[in-house]
Design a protein around this ligand. Structure first.
Ligand SMILES: *[C@@H]1O[C@H](CO)[C@@H](O)[C@H](O)[C@H]1NC(C)=O
Ligand SMILES: *[C@@H]1O[C@H](CO)[C@@H](O)[C@H](O)[C@H]1NC(C)=O
Ligand SMILES: *[C@@H]1O[C@H](CO)[C@@H](O)[C@H](O)[C@H]1NC(C)=O
Ligand SMILES: CC(=O)N[C@H]1CO[C@H](CO)[C@@H](O)[C@@H]1O
Length: 572
């Protein structure tokens, strides 16, 4: 994966336009007749997304605090509201030029208060949640929640000639001393909202936030969703589900997030609940119909001749077993794994063994323990060569991109309030993408599909050709529905919060490389490839490859799941 990481980073720089961040379409002034256009086409936001099979609290075995609807952050109770009333919509700009809509939570349980409004782009079905809160601190002098003192108007759309329901007014609550605002209030009239509308939160229950996805923007005005800046297994920051509306880019944003001062794992699933979670949500992996390099279990790899090499003793590798893998926590290049040396065996092991494949699961608290992340890892003995599309020709890039021992994963993110699957992360080289559940393909109930790309095994939410490059040229990632595998057969690798209940396999604590270092000279690889390309295309290929940073010329072998930043941290 590593070489390609470099290639892709380079191509990403060239082609950021093509991927990722929704581009903001410029506003077209096509409704200058009046401000309020009530008639509009049906949009995705008009439908409410629900998982194929509804999740109720009886979906989960009883025990512990998982999925008990209310989470106590240590004197401040929060509840995940997910039914809404529409306050406003604008139907231009933002993702797909479809605008965005603002909502207020409804069905707030007795005693709970709103912390802010919710908004999302109109190009997706309504699928949101926002926390509402209740003070249970019994601290009469400094309750955990207080009404704002006042509001300041951050922005309004009254003078804009755009396709909108009516003008809106976005307000920032003025928090009393020692309190912070964790959400905006949005109204569709110019009257200040009542002070009773929302609550500010005592500062020790707040944490610094950062802007995340851009929801909408116009000129210098932007709406982003906010999340805690510090995220990971140990981080206490809680996402509220609110957004920040700001002119310019003040950092940190004026909207804080919450903080769990209780024990972070308190609301995490127990072992039985983890099994149930995998039964309900285990992803189905779809391999490409032309895939040659299948996954396998780690045991299969070891018992089919994988070798353990030691630096300085390259001529006498030993058979790798769970028991002889070094366990010291340094990756110093002193040992590495490789395929069997015998050429026939090597080719056989490269191809993996789908029947033996299981998923390796890591369960961890995220966002202050209000979410459970279930990272589902898959091992492939071999990652095939990268493939480039150069006009109508597809080229295998020889050694470029090839390596032994490939670890890939997808991560499910479930709400600890109710066990509902909210997001899935698809790892693609050293990066990846998050998708809301509303954007996924499901099969057999609530099992999300993911597509493993041909040779490279990057994970994608949908099939087809994903070209990393521009002008129809670049590194190919083909996905399609060949063999598929329900990843429900799993081994629980780790769930640190469960203590000694989970025994980590020894290979997890092998921190050295799972494949040898790959050495090659890019120019030589290019010469080989150019022999089969018509003259006019040589330059094009050279252009694709020449923009690569020099570190791609040498390549360390890949490391195991525990060496990755996302083991303890958030996915990027
Ligand atoms: C499910 O939730 C309802 C209402 O919140 C509660 O009365 C019931 O005891 C819960 N059942 C389980 C199995 O937790
Ligand atoms: C204006 O907002 C209120 C909630 O504050 C909502 O009840 C009402 O439907 C909104 N008006 C329109 C036209 O959307
Ligand atoms: C109430 O909260 C304030 C602010 O955190 C704290 O200083 C004080 O000790 C608390 N009082 C009680 C009785 O817990
Ligand atoms: C962005 C992406 O999916 N890149 C993948 C393209 O294919 C190569 C191998 O052919 C993978 O290593 C990349 O991860």
């Amino acid at each position: 994966m590593g070489v390609i990481v470099g290639i892709l980073c380079a191509l990403f720089l060239l082609a950021t336009q093509a991927i990722g961040v929704p581009e903001l379409a410029p506003l077209k002034n096509h409704h200058s007749e009046g401000n309020f256009v009530q008639k509009r086409e049906a949009l995705a936001i008009d439908t409410i997304f629900k998982l194929p099979v509804p999740i109720t609290n009886s979906s989960w075995p009883q025990g512990g605090n998982f999925a008990s609807e209310i989470i106590d952050l240590g004197g401040l109770q929060v509840y995940e509201a997910s039914t809404f009333m529409n306050v406003w919509g604008v139907y231009q700009g933002g993702a797909d030029d479809q605008g965005f809509s603002v909502f207020e939570p409804t069905g707030i349980p007795r005693g709970f208060s709103m912390l802010g409004s919710y908004c999302q782009p109109n190009n997706k079905p309504l699928f949101g949640w926002i926390l509402v809160a209740k003070d249970v601190s019994a601290n009469t002098s400094s309750p955990t929640l207080k009404q704002p003192l006042d509001y300041t108007l951050v922005w309004n759309s009254a003078s804009l000639k755009i396709n909108q329901d009516m003008p809106i007014y976005i307000w920032l609550p003025t928090a009393p001393d020692g309190y912070k605002a964790v959400g905006h209030v949005v109204t569709n009239t110019s009257d200040k909202p009542s002070l009773d509308k929302v609550r500010c939160v005592r500062s020790d229950f707040t944490d610094q936030s950062e802007t995340n996805d851009l929801i909408w923007g116009l000129d210098d005005f932007h709406v982003y969703d906010v999340r805690p800046s510090n995220r990971g297994i140990q981080a206490a920051g809680v996402r509220v589900g609110t957004f920040v509306a700001q002119t310019g880019s003040p950092n940190p944003p004026s909207i804080a997030c919450l903080k769990n001062i209780n024990a972070i794992p308190k609301y995490m699933p127990n072992l039985e609940q983890i099994k149930a979670i995998l039964k309900v949500y285990s992803p189905t992996m779809c391999l490409h119909p032309d895939e040659e390099y299948f996954p396998s279990s780690v045991d299969w790899f070891f018992s089919n001749g994988a070798l353990l090499y030691k630096k300085g003793e390259e001529s006498s590798p030993v058979q790798a077993t769970e028991d002889n893998l070094p366990q010291d926590p340094n990756n110093d290049g002193a040992y590495w794994l490789d395929l069997p040396a015998d050429p026939t065996e090597k080719e056989r092991v490269k191809k993996g063994d789908l029947k033996s494949t299981i998923s390796y699961v890591h369960v961890k608290p995220m966002l202050g323990g209000t979410f459970t992340d279930v990272a589902v890892w898959v091992f492939y003995p071999f990652n095939g060569p990268a493939r480039a599309k150069v006009e109508f020709i597809t080229l295998k890039l020889g050694k470029i991109g090839e390596h032994v021992g490939d670890w890939e994963h997808v991560t499910l993110r479930l709400s600890n309030f109710n066990g509902e699957l909210k997001h899935v992360f698809f790892s693609q080289h050293s990066k990846g993408i998050w998708l809301d559940s509303s954007q996924l393909e499901f099969q057999s109930g609530n099992k999300p599909l993911y597509y493993s790309s041909l040779n490279g095994h990057a994970s994608y939410p949908h099939g087809g050709l994903h070209l990393v490059g521009k002008n129809d040229m670049g590194i190919r990632n083909d996905t399609g529905k060949g063999d598929s595998l329900d990843m429900g057969a799993f081994q629980l690798l780790a769930a640190e919060y469960l203590g000694s209940a989970v025994v980590e396999p020894r290979w997890l604590n092998y921190f050295k490389e799972w494949g040898p270092k790959v050495n090659y000279i890019i120019a030589d690889e290019l010469k080989l490839l150019e022999k089969i390309l018509p003259g006019s295309l040589k330059k094009v290929l050279e252009n694709i490859v020449n923009k690569l940073p020099s570190e791609v010329l040498r390549q360390e072998g890949p490391t195991g799941p525990k060496e990755k930043d996302n083991w303890n941290g958030d996915e990027r």
